[in-house]
Design a protein around this ligand. Structure first.
Ligand code: NAD
Length: 690
């Protein structure tokens, strides 16, 4: 391939030049591709016999974006901006032929062409904001000129792509090509030449640049930003498209891009992007280990989690048998699943036909005998060891040889469950998060005996059902909940010392979490933990007092907060304040005003400390794995890169010193800095350097 360079080929089809790039897997716009495009465009411009140009890609997609491995390295000319200048220099019709995903810089190249055609399955979008960036090659100036600032803002700030048909309706593309794309694009180019269609570059269009609707959309968005820089920069750049001349807008866009790309937020988001991919590679798995085939699944228990997990399978087109203990419970579970789907249909998120198809893949039974054809079984019965063991003894007897046997336990010892079977190599944990059909995180718990190919199967399956799988080791609470437990202890301690739930929650949401620990507790229900503590003879002074007063959380309209009927908005509750003050005085604590910075530190640093112990013990393989868990499972603000990344940004010496102070003040030994933190801090290193 490639008579210009190994990645870029230029050929003639009569008077049309076709420039095709082939840079697998996604035709990222790496340096060689940019150089080839610039050179091809120069040749096409200078050859008087050439009447039109088609730009397309081989393989599975049009340019899917910049080569993000080049970020943070010295730029190598030509940059994407120069390629686009080369496009602007061609005074002949240039047609972009789109297939696959024309994303980011790829879509910006297409926007700089005179025309765009696409096959029906193609999608276009500007996802830069998801990496903490904005489209930096003219996207924020050209897209508003093509579809109006309000729509452009929506696409740029969400980062979500649109389908070819919608793009056609919006005027982003000019024609949908059925059949061979390149031939269709060449035909389109010839017609353009023959019909003498006016050649108007997107940059020269002004007719859609109306301010109407933009100001409101921009303001609504800005209100929700909570310190996120990239969407704010997107708003500013699109506003420039309306208020300043094109060249000026481009210059400002470039400035904004430079600021973002060197800033902490984008660094954090790029860290998560790579950490997520890295998490799929588990150390110690022999090269070439293949996943087992999964064509059929079974879920045991049609409760909160079982129903959601069954939906995950159905959504991915995998038939699933769901087993309950009796007809009524089964029906209740299936009704809840159907209700969830109906809600999605009524919101316009799913067609009624698709709902039926998915429901048709879920088969409810009340007899465990019927799981014999399942390639994977996920147990989601009550959190009781004896019950789980009994279920696994039955699974051992009934499941087909080689089936992966998974437990959705949140706290129990996966190795003990595995030992209930004669095939512990096939047993592992799949820890879904609630609601299981929505939450992206999947902790895959690797038991002591879990076979590499069983583990690889669970990871592949996780990805197939749209999850972000992260492999963890066996311990109480695994990674996420084990760290969360530290935060809960500290949150209660803050209340006893002088804070109120609304102050703690405001500090945590101010940090960037969508919800504070107490609103979260109210949502999950406070009575669950209360019952467990009662059973174990333990006491949690404030939360137990709340439960004793009927404060079970949202379900009773009052928990740490009170809730108006039909509302989920947490409101401060004087009765709760009284219960807290009583608890403080019973404990002999003289309450004090706790500064917000201290609240944030005490909500975050103990979790980082636990994360360090988790790394020391090898429960997580990499700090990045922990970061991915917190971003996808617990709403950690992605632009802060996860707890371990954040710790490295702050510097471990600072974290060590603060933890030591809090440990001394509270007398709580678990707050002492973990040896890993002390040791790395002494050497001036961070978690990432391990
Ligand atoms: P749940 O009480 O809503 O559902 C459990 C279901 O299992 C019930 O419908 C029960 O009838 C059924 N069941 C009990 N014994 C059974 C048997 N022998 N065969 C078939 N069905 C049986 O509980 P849940 O919240 O869905 O939790 C299930 C598991 O998932 C637990 O291990 C829990 O720790 C774990 N988990 C829960 C959450 C959560 O937020 N709810 C999150 C992660 C993990």
């Amino acid at each position: 391939m490639g008579n210009i360079n190994p990645s870029v080929d230029l050929r003639r089809d009569g008077e049309v030049v076709v420039i095709i790039t082939d840079n697998p897997p996604v035709n990222a716009l790496k340096h060689e591709v940019r150089a080839g495009l610039a050179e091809g465009l120069r040749q096409a411009r200078d050859d008087a016999a050439v009447k039109a140009v088609v730009i397309g890609c081989a393989g599975r997609t049009f340019f899917a974006g910049a080569d993000i491995t080049e970020f943070g390295k010295p730029p190598q000319a030509p940059g994407l901006g120069e390629v686009i200048v080369a496009l602007d220099d061609v005074p002949k019709p240039v047609v972009a032929a789109l297939h696959g995903t024309a994303f980011g810089g790829g879509f910006e190249v297409a926007l700089a062409c005179h025309f765009r055609v696409a096959i029906p399955g193609a999608r276009v979008g500007l996802p830069e904001v998801k990496l903490g960036l904005l489209p930096g090659a003219g996207g924020t100036q050209r897209l508003p000129r093509l579809i109006g600032p309000e729509k452009a803002l929506k696409m740029i700030v969400s980062g979500d792509p649109i389908e070819a048909r919608e793009a056609l309706a919006d005027g982003v593309i000019d024609e949908i090509i059925e059949g061979d794309l390149t031939a269709g694009a060449v035909g389109f180019a010839r017609r353009v030449v023959a019909e003498r269609r006016p050649l108007r570059r997107v940059r020269d269009r002004e007719d859609k640049l109306v301010a109407e609707g933009f100001a409101d959309a921009a303001e609504a968005l800005t209100r929700r930003l909570r310190g996120r820089e990239a969407p704010a920069a997107c708003v500013e750049a699109v506003r420039n498209a309306i208020t300043t001349p094109f060249e000026e807008g481009l210059k400002k866009e470039a400035e904004l891009f430079r600021k973002l790309v060197s800033g902490d937020q984008s660094k954090a988001q790029r860290h998560i992007f790579f950490a997520e991919r890295e998490a799929a590679r588990v150390p110690g798995i022999p090269e070439g280990t293949r996943p087992r085939l999964i064509a059929n699944a079974a879920v045991i228990g049609a409760g909160t989690m079982g129903g959601g997990i069954a939906m995950c399978f159905a959504n991915a087109g995998i038939p699933v048998t769901i087993v309950e203990t009796g007809r009524d419970l089964l029906q209740k579970g299936l009704d809840r699943v159907a209700g969830n789907y109906r809600a999605t249909v009524s919101r316009g998120g799913l067609s009624a036909d698709e709902m039926e198809r998915r429901l048709g893949l879920i088969h409810g039974v009340t007899n465990l005998d019927q799981i014999g054809s399942a390639d994977v079984v996920i147990e989601a019965v009550f959190e009781e060891m004896d019950l789980k063991k009994r279920v696994f003894v039955d699974l051992d007897r009934l499941a087909k040889p080689g089936a992966v046997l998974a437990t959705n336990t949140s706290t129990l010892d996966v190795d003990e469950i595995a030992r209930a079977t004669k095939r512990p190599q096939d047993v592992l944990g799949t820890h879904f998060f609630s609601p299981a059909n929505v939450m992206r995180l999947l902790e895959i718990v690797r038991g002591a005996a879990t076979a590499p190919d069983a583990l690889v199967t669970a990871i592949a399956l996780g990805r197939q059902i749209g999850k972000v799988p992260v492999t963890v080791g066996v311990c109480y609470g695994f990674v996420g909940n084990r760290m969360l437990a530290q935060r809960s202890v500290e949150a209660e301690r803050l209340l006893l010392e002088g804070a109120l739930p609304q102050e703690v929650d405001a500090a945590v949401t101010g940090f960037g979490f969508p919800m504070g620990p107490f609103a979260m507790g109210d949502m999950a229900g406070l009575d669950v933990g209360w019952r467990i503590r009662k059973g174990r003879g333990e006491r949690n002074e404030i939360e137990d007092a709340l439960c004793e007063a009927g404060h079970f959380g949202q379900k009773t309209g009052k928990g740490y907060f009170r809730y108006e009927t039909g509302s989920r908005t947490p409101l401060p509750d004087p009765e709760v304040e009284r219960i807290i003050l009583d608890a403080s005085s019973r404990a002999g604590v003289s309450r004090r005003q706790i500064p917000r910075e201290e609240i944030v530190e005490r909500m975050i640093f103990p979790m980082i400390n636990e994360g360090a112990r988790i790394l020391e013990e090898g429960i997580a393989s990499r700090p990045g794995d922990i970061d991915v868990i917190w971003v996808y499972g617990y709403g950690w603000p992605v632009w802060r890169g996860g707890p371990m990344f954040y710790a490295d940004q702050l510097g471990l010496a600072h974290i060590r010193d603060r933890l030591a102070l809090y440990a001394e003040r509270s007398g709580d030994q678990t707050l002492h800095p973990a040896p890993l933190i002390s040791h790395l801090a002494d050497e001036g290193r961070g978690f990432a350097s391990r």
